[in-house]
Write a protein of this length. Structure first.
Ligand code: GLU
Length: 390
């Protein structure tokens, strides 16, 4: 059949995290018993003070366009969040708001990439990073990592990969899909390399910063290596931390020229983030944060349940992730039986568990489990996975 879509669109594949989740939802609607561990979405209810703020905004008539880059109230609340939670002190002029972190990443890359530019992405990576880069007409340069190295790139590896065409490095800590979390000294070493290459911009995707298990302060590049802070774009939001995925609000802090460029593009794409969602996000950033401690402990219990369960299944293994709510399961010993990780994912779906194959993330021979589900479901999912591969 003729493909009537653009050459740019033909370069990319649909998001496999959302595709697998839609598939699990469709099977459930048909009456199948499916435990969906495919999407990265906290199962906790959105905090009541956030819901109340969103309702109050609607009642007050905040249902119209807002400024392109977000309301003054949310920019102020986001600046507070960057300073308090990430240690990044920026004026509101260096903050912008988008419809989810994903849209901010999309706009930042589209606003800066030209054909022939190279973008360095540590792999396993979040599904959408390489697709957005390809859509923009630039080249993906994969920086492989492995479980033995904590799924983190090294400064030496970065130095070797940089060329005169390198435009961006995409860093994600804690990372999706591995939970990899960069300590301060490794970010400082990475910053030292980047200081020698002034053309390279850095995306620091810190959306999972509140979900860390090892204790200690969150380390982020703009703080650890201030010498390059004027070319670091830090991405954050409320989706993961405040269980507000459906609100679609992402916040970024970065150099003024880049913020302006992103807003220029946003003025022609969505126009502005949802007014009601922005009111909810103000309450999220300015309201109580103490529930996060409880959520983090519940995630920790779930992580230990899933990782312990997986490591007890012959042929499967998973390191213990330091952050976020994903674990990356290695199933290489089973590949002689299943062929590849997509076939294994289908087998698991047949047994009632939806996960995402590692190949969707630029990995291989394994799968990602999102453990943002309740304990009983997770325990049952581990039982089904064991049965599926037995
Ligand atoms: N970021 C989450 C995930 O990786 C949500 C789905 C998506 O946008 O990819 O599952």
């Amino acid at each position: 059949m003729t493909d009537n879509t653009s050459i740019a669109l033909q370069r990319i594949a649909p998001s496999q995290t959302t595709a697998m989740t839609d598939r699990a939802t469709a099977l459930k609607a048909e009456g199948r018993d499916i435990i969906s561990l495919s999407v990265g979405e906290p199962d906790f209810a959105t905090p009541p003070h956030v819901i109340a703020a969103a309702k109050a905004a609607m009642d007050a008539g905040d249902t119209k366009y807002t400024p392109v880059g977000g309301t003054a109230a949310l920019k102020k609340a986001a600046a507070l969040h960057f300073a308090r939670d990430l240690g990044i002190e920026v004026p509101v002029s260096q903050v912008t708001i988008s419809a989810g972190g994903k849209q901010a990443i999309f706009h930042a890359l589209l606003a800066t990439l030209d054909p022939g530019d190279e973008v360095l992405i540590p792999a396993p990576w979040w599904v959408s990073y390489p697709e957005i880069v390809r859509f923009a007409g630039a080249e993906v340069v994969k920086l492989p990592t492995d479980a033995a190295g904590g799924f983190r790139i090294t400064a030496a590896q970065l130095e070797q990969a940089i060329t005169p065409r390198t435009r961006w490095l995409l860093l994600n800590s804690p990372g999706n899909p591995t939970g990899a979390t960069y300590p301060a000294e490794e970010l400082q070493a990475i910053g030292e390399v980047l200081a020698r290459h002034p053309r390279v911009l850095v995306m620091s995707d810190d959306i999972y910063a509140p979900i860390r298990y090892s204790g200690g302060a969150h380390a982020t590049l703009a703080v650890e290596y201030p010498g390059i802070a004027d070319r670091v774009l830090t991405v954050s939001g409320v989706s993961k931390s405040h269980a507000m995925t459906g609100f679609r609000i992402g916040v970024v802090a970065g150099p003024r020229w880049l913020i302006q460029a992103m807003e220029k593009l946003q003025s022609h794409s969505s126009g502005n983030p949802s007014s009601v969602s922005q009111a909810g996000a103000v309450a999220a950033f300015e309201g109580p944060q103490d529930f996060l401690l409880d959520w983090r402990e519940r995630f920790r219990t779930r992580r230990d349940l899933v990782v312990g369960g997986i490591n007890a299944i012959p042929g499967l293994s998973s390191p213990v992730p330091d952050g976020a709510f994903y674990c990356m399961v290695d199933a290489a010993p089973l590949m002689s039986r299943f062929g590849n990780d997509e076939a294994l994912a289908l087998q698991l779906l047949e047994h009632g568990v939806a996960i995402v194959p590692a190949s969707a993330f630029g990995g291989a021979d394994g799968f990602r489990i999102s453990f943002a589900a309740d304990d009983a479901q997770l325990a049952e999912a581990v039982r089904r996975i064991a049965a599926a591969v037995a």
